[in-house]
Design a protein around this ligand. Structure first.
Ligand code: MLT
Ligand code: ZN
Length: 470
């Protein structure tokens, strides 16, 4: 970084810390999966919204590109700078205060750099629930969750990140602060501006704080593991569970046998819930707040009806918190197990729930027709119609070389099938730099035009997170 800019930066933005030495900035230059390696002018660590604003005003005036970064846990390279070395990384980790909790309104105002787990725990201290939940919650940050409209493990019941936001505070590219920190649930006064920044992956401005929706903490929860007859039966089971259990299904996660076996072989101290081998597994969780319901009885009824209707082959219900943790570990450790097995070609496709079985059938056939020896690791949020249709290299070949040679073609085959069923190529992981070309190739011309016009209006100099999304 040129010494003069640094001197000027420190003069104009005195409260902000800047990292410039290669060792200190190195972790900010690579994404979680090490798919992208970038360079940067410096990493700024502002501690207040005013400091973010000063910094961005400085960058805007000098036309310095800005790359916002939260916990850096994304899968699409959305927070990694390009190779030019001219961008300023704005890391939000020190902007990490709970500004307010209002139990009577069921709201919490959080700054962007709080980890998701911090937000959950702050709510829990008031017997309230912030329901966004995912494997990376100890390190991902709420600002990143909102900027990428994260999904996770309870979307079925509570929605995606954008559904959990009432208000936002955003610093615009020129440093202006938009204070949209309203806690109103009803406000029908024109365009809903916050929606532009939710899921924009930092391409329109920097989210610095949010008013989040809270829910009563669950007072009863039951967790079950079921073996479904096939994928269609698993989907039918979801409908049955929602109807029989008064729509209190919180999570409905699918694991193929192959994904489960990866965990059992790669992750220590894991155990299959069943003695018998089954091809299709579901982790089902139901929860309620209040005292009136008997969830356990409801679940036993579900097992009985589902068996009678030949949807499930086996089922277990947890008795202790430790058993519950063991089941969730099987699901949450799949990505780590894939990594331990040499990595996978990841997909994050979604279709209407009624189309999931057809998608898997079609995409598996399309991939196997060209790559007969690949191994599948299918799992995901079946309750949301969202599958991680991941593919591992044949056991006999070098995984890295196989992915380098074939990932693009394999992803094309999977995404084509999802598109033919009116699905999405990115249900919850976003676009970043990894899927930017796909966005350009698949969105309608009108949608692309609208997106570009919004970008042009909010970021006329094209300084915000260049090379991402659009
Ligand atoms: C998950 O559902 O576990 C993640 O979204 C996918 C992944 O980590 O690969
Ligand atoms: Zn997922």
């Amino acid at each position: 970084m040129s010494a003069e800019i640094l001197v000027e930066l420190r003069r104009c933005c005195p409260p902000t810390t800047f990292l410039t030495t290669p060792e200190l900035i190195a972790p900010y230059l690579v994404d979680e999966r090490a798919l992208f390696h970038g360079r940067a002018l410096a990493v700024a660590l502002p501690e207040t919204t005013a400091a973010v604003s000063e910094l961005m005003r400085f960058c805007y005036t000098r036309e310095i590109p800005m790359v916002p970064q939260g916990g850096n846990t994304g899968y699409c390279g959305g927070a990694t700078p390009d190779a030019s070395g001219v961008a300023m990384i704005i890391a939000l980790s020190r902007l990490n205060r709970i500004r307010e909790i209002d139990p009577s309104s069921f709201t919490l105002t959080a700054e962007a750099g709080l980890t998701l787990a911090d937000v959950q725990q702050a709510a829990a201290r008031h017997q309230l629930l912030f329901p966004l939940s995912m494997g990376s919650e100890a390190s991902c940050q709420i600002g990143g969750n909102l900027s990428t409209n994260a999904g996770g493990l309870a979307v079925l019941r509570y929605g995606m990140a954008r559904d959990l936001v009432l208000g936002l505070e955003v610093v615009l590219p020129n440093g202006e602060i938009w204070d949209g920190l309203t806690a109103l649930r009803k406000d029908n006064t024109g365009y809903d501006i916050k929606q532009l920044f939710l899921g924009a992956e930092g391409t329109l401005g920097v989210i610095t704080a949010a008013v989040l929706k809270l829910y009563p903490a669950s007072t009863q929860r039951e967790t079950a593991w079921l073996a479904a007859v096939d994928l269609s039966a698993a989907c039918a089971l979801l409908g049955l569970a929602r109807r029989l259990l008064n729509d209190c299904v919180t999570s409905f996660e699918y694991l193929s046998l192959a994904a489960l076996e990866l965990v059992l072989t790669q992750v220590p101290e894991t155990r299959c819930p069943f003695a018998q081998v089954y091809a299709h597994h579901v982790l089902l969780e139901v929860s309620v707040s209040g005292e009136s319901s008997d969830l356990r009885r409801g679940l036993l009824k579900l097992f009985e009806v589902a068996e009678r209707e030949q949807l499930v082959l086996d089922a277990v219900l947890t008795e202790t918190l430790a058993q519950r943790a063991d089941l969730w570990r099987l699901r949450e450790k799949i990505p780590a197990a894939e990594r331990a097995a040499g990595g996978s070609i990841k997909h994050d496709v979604s279709v209407a729930i009624a189309g999931v079985a057809e998608l898997v059938d079609r995409a598996s056939r399309a991939v196997l027709a060209e790559f007969p020896a690949v191994r599948f690791s299918l799992y995901g949020h079946l309750g949301d119609g969202n599958l991680h249709f991941n593919i591992l290299a044949p056991a006999t070949v070098d995984a890295l070389a196989f992915r380098a040679r074939n990932a693009e073609r394999i992803s094309m085959l999977v995404h084509t099938q999802a598109a033919e069923l009116n699905g999405s190529f990115s249900a919850e992981h976003g676009v970043g730099q990894l899927k930017r070309d796909l966005l350009a190739a698949t969105k309608s011309p009108v949608a692309l035009m609208l997106m570009r016009q919004i970008k042009q209006t909010l970021d006329p100099k094209g300084l915000m997170n260049p090379g991402k999304v659009l």
